[in-house]
Design a binder for this molecule. Structure first.
Ligand code: SAM
Length: 342
């Protein structure tokens, strides 16, 4: 096996990578584990926030250190990140940071879109580049059944349109497919991508939900999605970056893009470049980690930047090689998606 040579940046800092030589360039920060939706593939109807959140200054210190170590993209997530007062100012502070090449960061948010219509412009003005909105049906009644919220559909649609209007680009729409609930929405979503000028991304359902209803049969796979949507119009694959989670396709007439994120049927762990910080300040190196690493506790005890960096490097080096979904030795993650930050 050849030795892994660590990359360095212009300041001669050794950039973050794990023991398999994967560079870590993508950070997701959850700023709350509260959510105002109860999507059936994610939350139960009952459980609320379990872990709470931190002052923005603490996330910012973590982000600053990680950006100095090679992070180039920061995605703010939750729970529902737009529930948190101060999120716009937080984006503004992140937008002042420079990556290890001295460039501005690529800052994105994943949101259910419920509060987005009014926040799109302030977020854009603060330095947000792009947005991903979760929307699992284009039919309002189905949307209400999946989210277990009766008045959400119009808000989410307005949020998507406002994002386009203010110039957040690209606007991506994430749709988790769950057999028996919304696989009949695949073709309508293809039409939606073309009509609304957004990138619709279908996501395979993963065993990260609070209700523990996942089974292999509940997953609508990449092959099945492709087959269904091709009945509507032929697709042409677009080349994608190795570390990109989605396979990308354009319709044959050039109008409309869709993506498929297939962690179950076509895992992409070999090119994973992500780490996560949970709302309570723990580092997670994989969605399916069975433990997390308490960066915030170290900060609380007064650790210096140098000590935090040493801790981060040690944790990242031990990033899991891959997930084991569907295998006999699969152990459920120690947290569900809403408490990790997707
Ligand atoms: N509240 C925000 C939202 O709705 O986008 C951000 C948090 S949510 C946990 C982040 C993403 O995770 C969403 O796109 C959601 O659809 C996805 N997600 C949640 N549970 C999932 C599961 N069990 N399998 C696949 N994706 C899931």
């Amino acid at each position: 096996m050849s030795a892994v040579i660590p990359s360095k940046c212009w300041l001669n800092t050794v950039l973050l990578s794990d023991k398999f030589g994967r560079p870590i360039t993508d950070l997701r920060i959850s700023i709350t584990d509260r959510c105002n939706y109860k999507c059936i593939y994610c939350r139960t109807g009952n459980e609320g926030a379990l872990y709470g959140d931190l002052p923005f200054a603490d996330y910012l210190r973590m982000a600053r250190l990680l950006v100095g170590l090679g992070i180039r993209k920061v995605r703010i997530t939750g729970g529902e990140p737009l529930l948190r007062k101060g999120v716009v100012d937080f984006v503004g502070e992140l937008a002042k940071l420079r990556n290890s090449d001295g460039e501005l960061l690529d800052i994105a948010i994943t949101t259910n879109g419920h509060l987005l219509a009014e926040m799109a412009q302030p977020l854009k003005d603060a330095g947000l580049r792009r947005v991903t909105v979760s929307m699992d049906a284009v039919d309002p009644d189905r949307f209400a059944r999946i989210t277990r919220v009766s008045n959400g559909f119009d808000n989410v649609l307005a949020g998507i349109r406002a994002s386009r209007r203010v110039g957040l680009w690209p606007v991506k729409v994430n749709c988790v497919l769950m057999r028996g609930f919304n696989e009949d929405q695949i073709i309508p979503f293809g039409m939606f991508a073309r009509e609304e000028g957004v990138i619709v991304r279908f996501i395979e359902f993963m065993p990260l939900e609070e209700d523990r209803v996942w089974a292999p049969e509940t997953v609508v796979t990449l092959d099945e999605i492709l087959l269904r949507i091709s009945e509507y119009r032929p697709l042409v694959e677009i080349p994608h970056e190795r570390s990109e989670t989605a396979r990308r396709y354009r319709f044959d007439d050039g109008i409309g893009e869709i993506g498929i994120i297939a962690p179950v049927s076509h895992p992409f762990c070999g090119h994973c470049s992500r780490i996560r910080i949970t709302s309570d300040g723990k580092i997670r190196t994989c969605l399916f980690s069975v433990w997390d690493h308490d960066l915030h506790e170290l900060m609380r005890r007064g650790a210096s930047d140098g000590e935090l960096i040493e801790f981060i490097r040690g944790v990242v080096a031990r990033k899991e090689e891959r997930h084991h979904i569907g295998e006999p030795d699969f152990v459920p993650a120690s947290r569900t998606m809403v408490h990790i930050g997707g």
